[in-house]
Design a protein around this ligand. Sequence first.
Ligand code: GLU
Length: 495
Amino acid sequence: MTDQTNQTDRTETGARPVRVRIAPSPTGDPHVGTAYIALFNYAFARHNGGKFLLRIEDTDRERSTKESERAIFEALRWVGLSWDEGPDIGGPFGPYRQSERSDIYRKHADELVAKKAAYHCFCTAQRLTELREKQKAAKSDFGYDGFCRHLPEAEVQAKLKAGAPNVIRLAVPEGETSFNDLVRGEVTFQNSTVDDQVLLKSDGFPTYHLANVVDDHLMQITHVIRAEEWISSTPKHVLLYRAFGWEAPQFVHMPLLRNQDRSKISKRKNPTSLLWYRDQGYLPEALLNFLALMGWSVQEGQDIFNLESMIRDFTLDRVTTSGPVFDLQKLEWLNGVYIRDMAAPELARRVRESALKDQPVDEAFLLRTLPLVRERMKKLTDYVPMTAYLYSETVNPSAQDLVPKKGTPQSASAALTAAADALQGLADWSSPAIEQCARQLAVTLGMKERDLFMSVRVAVTGGPVSPPLFESLELLGREKSVARIRAAIGKLAAG
Ligand code: GLU
């Protein structure tokens, strides 16, 4: 393989064209943090006319699964962040799945050994466990003690020849390692705190550190924008870039999303699976907007904005370091705003897909129901319980709910009988006419409107809380409405 750095096209200013990536590990449900980091990479790439890549880091053979990989594709497609190169669509720097790049890592690990920047380690699992226990007892830092680093070359060669199992470790030099984080400024680590990290495991698979650096280099990544939790890995990466003689990318460590108590976002305190948000009926654009409010300074009072305006406005100098709190209530609120503002046919399409799971529902009817509920819907899935009474043949109110607070079953029954009769004879079955009729009836009966309407509401919708009553009656139609009121009267009589 040729070193692709040499083939890089530089722009007129000498800068490399922007190429960024997300590199999720397919080990579980696609995480909301992946979408958060993806969003910032995506916005940065688009703002700068660059490329956004998806690379699958499946070097952990025990924990990586194909299902998880598929779920990552699905979840990122759902949120609408499309990548320019990736395992599913290919690209000029593939393969984009690390399990398909083993030879590349082996070759690079060998190169580091040849340069004395890495070494073979033959320590057995037992020795390493004993070492750890000793360190634990002495309360000293964990880390490899460098035993194999100084083995005589002849001994190393003999062991290799004999096929002794071994790993390749990074030979961390003395001193300190600094790098410039575009948001945090200069970050310095004492090398004494940096472990002689395993780069290549005994099964020939690389660890995250080696694969990540080799790939970021070969894929010509210019900016590594990743979560803060990786910051302690960065000195190892910087040492690797130096050892290879490569130019390191620019680093940006985004603040971690946090639970309300400011701990790192976790499943126990917040839903973290992206597909959970889809299944709950959140809109991808609302979720993206929500994530876009985190991690950088957005102008006060400008909570609602779409991906395009984020692309236009986002620059790295606006990234902050304080951990944004993941506030599910805020997301719910935003989701409601998007639901209210969406064009009706589009909302109908989303409701069909998300809440109705493609059950056959008449389009015209669906469109007529939306104005009744969209004001109060926070999630697409709210549509189903909110409108169940409009789709069902009958409802099943409790006798107790049918009787107003100061009324009796008899008075409620009389009021409902009068309402059924009046509605049956109403000339014009439209919500204004129904409303007028109902108000008139309250006067005739000498009842409080509130009490009369409540009994009718419970009779027709099945419960005391419902979308607007007169519009509901109009939609249900005369026959169903009157039948439900009469059924309620029967219930009171049986009562
Ligand atoms: N595989 C790492 C992850 O799961 C990638 C971290 C990085 O972006 O370097 O997030």
